[in-house]
Design a binder for this molecule. Sequence first.
Ligand code: NAD
Length: 261
Amino acid sequence: MFLKGKSAVVTGSTSGIGLAYARAFAAEGANVVINGFGKPEDIEAERAKIETEFGVKALYSPADMTKPAEIADMIKLAETSFNGPDILVNNAGIQFVSPIEDFPIEKWDQIIAINLSSAFHGIRAAIPGMKARKWGRIISTASAHSLVASPFKSAYVTAKHGIAGLTKTAALELATFGVTVNCISPGYVWTPLVEKQIPDTMKARNMTKEQVMNDVLLEAQPTKEFVTVEQVAALAVFLCGDAAKSITGANISMDGGWTAA
Ligand code: NAD
C-alpha cells in the first residue's frame, strides 16, 4: 500500500491498459480519477468496483482528450478532490490504418490530438501542483511504434514518436523537482480492442484463430505471446516507487523482443 494518500489520474481508463493501471494504483492505496468513453452503466460499475475492492476513492472524469479545457478540468478535479494528482498517466489512444495518400485529414488531426497533444495538455496542467508538492510521476503509454514504424499507421507512429520526445523534454524540465517522466512502450497487448479484431480477420483471411494470432498479430513479436495489461500496469507501479526515483526520461520497452529485431 505504498501509494496510500496519493492520487492518480489515468486517461483512457474505462477499458484495456488504462483500466489495469487504475486498478493497480488503487491496489496500492491510491485514490484514482478514471476517464474515457463507454456505456455509463459499465463505467459506473468499474468505478464502484475499484472503490469496494480496494477501499479507495474513485472518481470519473468524462473529459474528451481532444479538448484542452476538459483536460484541464480533469486535472482540477483531482486537485480539488484529492490535492493531486501525484501520478498522471497519459494513456488514451486510438488507431486508424490507411495509406498516407488516402488518410482522412480529420483522422490525422484526431489521432494527433488524442494520442499526443492530450499528453501535453495534461502534463502542462499537472506540473504546477507536482512542483509545489515536490513529488510526481508522469507516465505515458507510448508503443513499440514510438521506436519503429509500420506502414499505413502514419498518424499513430508520428504521435507515439512524439510522446517519446515529450517525455524526454518534460523529464529534463522536472529533473530537480522530484518529478519523473517516463513512457512505456508495449508491443501487442491482449486487450478487448485486439480481441475484437480476431473474428473479422479470421473471415477476411480465411484463417483459424491460432493463425491470426501467430501469423498476423504476433508476426513482429518474437516471444509469440501477447503482453498482458497486468504486466504493463506492474511496470507503471514500479515506476512510482522509490526504487525508480532515478529512472526519468526513459522509454521502456515491453514488447516481447519486437524492437530488438
Ligand atoms: P482501449 O481501446 O481498450 O482503450 C483506449 C481508451 O481510451 C478507452 O478508455 C477509450 O474510451 C479512451 N479514449 C478514446 N478516445 C478518447 C477521447 N477522445 N477522450 C478520452 N478517452 C478516450 O485500448 P488499449 O489497447 O488499452 O490502449 C491504451 C493505450 O495503449 C493507447 O494509447 C494505445 O495506443 C496504447 N497501446 C496499446 C497496445 C495494444 O496492443 N493494445 C500496444 C501499444 C500501445
